[in-house]
Design a protein around this ligand. Sequence first.
Ligand code: ZN
Length: 303
Amino acid sequence: MIGALDIGGTKIALGLVSPDGRILGRGAVPTDPLAGFDAAMRRTVDLYQRLCAEAGARPEGLGIGCTGPIDPVSGVFGRVDTLPGWEGSNLKAALCLATGLDSRIENDADAHALGELVWGAGRDALRLIMITVGTGIGGGIILNGQVYRGLGGSHPELGHHTLEASGPLCVCGGRGCWEILAAGPHWESWFQHTYPECADWDGQRICAAADSGDPRARAAVEREGFYLGVGLANLINLYAPDAIVLGGGVMERFDLFIGRIQSEIQVRCSYIPYGQVRLERARLGVDAGLLGAAEVWKRRDCA
Ligand SMILES: [Zn+2]
């Protein structure tokens, strides 16, 4: 049995997972980052002890997917916008001290990519890119079956590659990043500014209106599909992957965007056998974080 931990800016999910991918027990606590790292660890360890008591067993180790940047080897947090004040805290050491368990850590986007590779939509892909389009755009890259890491263990920031060099200013300091153009909240705010009479429409309402043929909502879907398509075409040109798996809140309406995405890829990827690239919606849903984290532990000897 494996302990699986999925640490995000809002909640920390913990599960006990069998080696064949069944979730035997699960729970979650609020991250409440402003209350500090130590308090979050205490809540997590309390939950861990309760789940172990219910299962009547302890896991062999902990696999962790964590919002980053975090050093996957040392377990020390870098500067994480969603976890203010946690920089310099050592996740691996804190969990080992409290539980006696060894752990393995990956960025949460990489853990999700591993989960989809082994249990979800990316099965059998040697080269897989997982993209999550939600409040931001994040991604993980698997090359030749292994998580791709950059310099010093760094995680590639696919959401911050540039689509429009003179575009809107992004939180990262750049302009016209994929994320600032196409992540859910930015898409919604573009719509609300363009159509002030719809200032209270959220993404779900825009999609529902698009289904009914509302021309404003159709234009918004067209714009979102365009930017998603341009970003994905860039990734296909750079990596020529076997599969791209798309998850996150915006991709719950994959059906609305996929046509426009494919037409952009067709125009922009003519030197790549793009027709063979599998574009699929993520399949693991709410289990993605825990199954991905469990896979991080199973691959502990590959790191
Ligand atoms: Zn950016």
